[in-house]
Design a protein around this ligand. Structure first.
Ligand SMILES: *Cc1c(COP(=O)(O)O)cnc(C)c1O
Length: 388
């Protein structure tokens, strides 16, 4: 099976992990701050907090922004469930803003309309979480201008987007947000096995996330409420968590940072080639935002469902060894969210997207031959689906 995505591990990555295993510290050693410094430097962010997943980073980011019961968070329906679940972890409510059908990102005009309505109803969100779907930045300038107009904070879910750029600054520079979060799951752009990171320019937010990452416990003399009783002394100041990344994971992540730009370049080469190879087929290729440099985490096509049977093509690809996927069913259609009262029809563009979307394989080591096989198989499946 050709997977839709996969990690790329070289000998230097393996050596980096082994050297941690031979060292004194498997966790809370020097690899974690080194990984944090590398990502902070890459993005031009002042503060970086490594955690054990992007899900944990989203949770900490919400808590640092003061999200709690009675608050609301808005995100995109076309995302992984974690972008919405973080609101519920904090006891807040979540709601969804429909997507732009070309970029699959949160639609700024849908957002504006929803914000105007929410202001009238006195139900404005505290935080919005735009998701850089497939690694292509949202229209952040417009989203941030709206957030400022309505007094809302912004977390960028850049789980797909480390290595991407927007208006010529790196994703993670936080020009248009308070906090940006990254994922290092193996299918993402770089991996640490499991892992995530939150980056911010704001010292207070950075310190809050750092404290909550590790039980809310600190030895920092600047934060202690009383003189230390001795050199053993630490204080718990908040109800935090154990969301720490291990040095084993951090060493892999740090090693992968060396090749981040190379990975993105390879993904661009493959995406550009798909754009040419898919010409003339009954499908829409992913739309491009000229202000963004995508990471091409995912290459999503939208089949013309008037001409072809989406499900038949999808299953046909799988039966022929092509590991296609569907990113994502609108989150609010998940049974857990349906139980909370969300109804089909809420975000029509997201639901239309779901009815025809298909992720086809893209990862740095995908060869031209395999890519040709993906496209040939797709042609066959489309032809068969149209005939049936
Ligand atoms: C992968 C992903 C997450 C969660 O990342 P983990 O590191 O697996 O917790 C969150 N949001 C989006 C959009 C993702 O793709």
């Amino acid at each position: 099976m050709v997977p839709y995505g996969r990690q790329n591990i070289d000998e230097a990555d393996i050596e980096a992990v082994i050297s941690v295993l031979r060292s004194d510290f498997l966790t809370q050693g020097p690899a974690v701050p080194a990984f944090e410094r590398a990502v902070a430097e890459y993005c031009g962010a002042a503060h970086a907090i490594a955690v054990n997943s992007a899900t944990s980073a989203l949770h900490l980011a919400c808590l640092a922004l003061g999200v709690g019961p009675g608050d609301r968070i808005w995100t995109s329906p076309i995302t992984f469930v974690a972008s919405a679940n973080c609101a519920l972890y904090c006891g807040a409510e979540v709601d969804f803003v429909d997507i732009d059908p070309h970029t699959f990102n949160m639609c700024p005009s849908a957002l504006e309309h929803a914000l105007e309505q929410a202001k009238q109803d006195d139900r404005l969100p505290k935080v919005i979480i735009p998701v850089h779907m497939c690694g292509q930045s949202c229209d952040m300038a417009t989203i941030k201008a709206l957030a400022d107009r309505f007094g809302i904070r912004v977390i960028e879910d850049a789980s797909h987007a480390i290595g991407g750029r927007y208006r010529n600054t790196a994703i993670g520079h936080c020009d248009y947000s308070d906090i940006t979060i990254f994922s290092f799951h193996p299918v993402k752009i770089i991996t640490s096995g499991e892992g995530g990171m939150a980056v911010t320019q704001d010292k207070t937010l950075g310190e809050a996330m750092r404290l909550l990452r590790s039980h809310g416990v600190t030895r920092d003399p600047g934060l202690l409420t009383a003189p230390a009783h001795g050199s053993w002394y630490y204080e718990q100041l908040e109800l935090g968590f154990n969301y720490r990344l291990t040095d084993i994971h951090a060493a892999l992540g740090l090693s992968q940072m060396r090749r981040l730009d190379e990975f993105v370049t390879e993904r661009h080469r493959i995406a550009d080639r798909y754009d040419r190879l898919l010409e003339g087929l009954p499908l829409a290729k992913p739309g491009r935002n000229m202000e963004a440099l995508s990471t091409w985490h995912l290459y999503v096509i939208r089949l013309d469902t008037k001409a072809v049977n989406h499900r038949a093509v999808f299953e046909g690809m799988k039966a022929n060894g092509i590991g296609v996927n569907l990113h994502y069913m609108p989150v609010y259609l998940q049974p857990y969210y349906a139980k909370r009262g969300f109804l089909p029809g809420k975000c029509p563009e997201a639901e239309r997207y779901y009815s025809g979307a298909m992720t086809i394989p893209i990862y740095p080591s995908l060869t031209n031959d395999l890519q040709d096989k993906v496209v040939m198989t797709l042609r066959d499946c489309i032809r068969e689906s149209g005939a049936s």
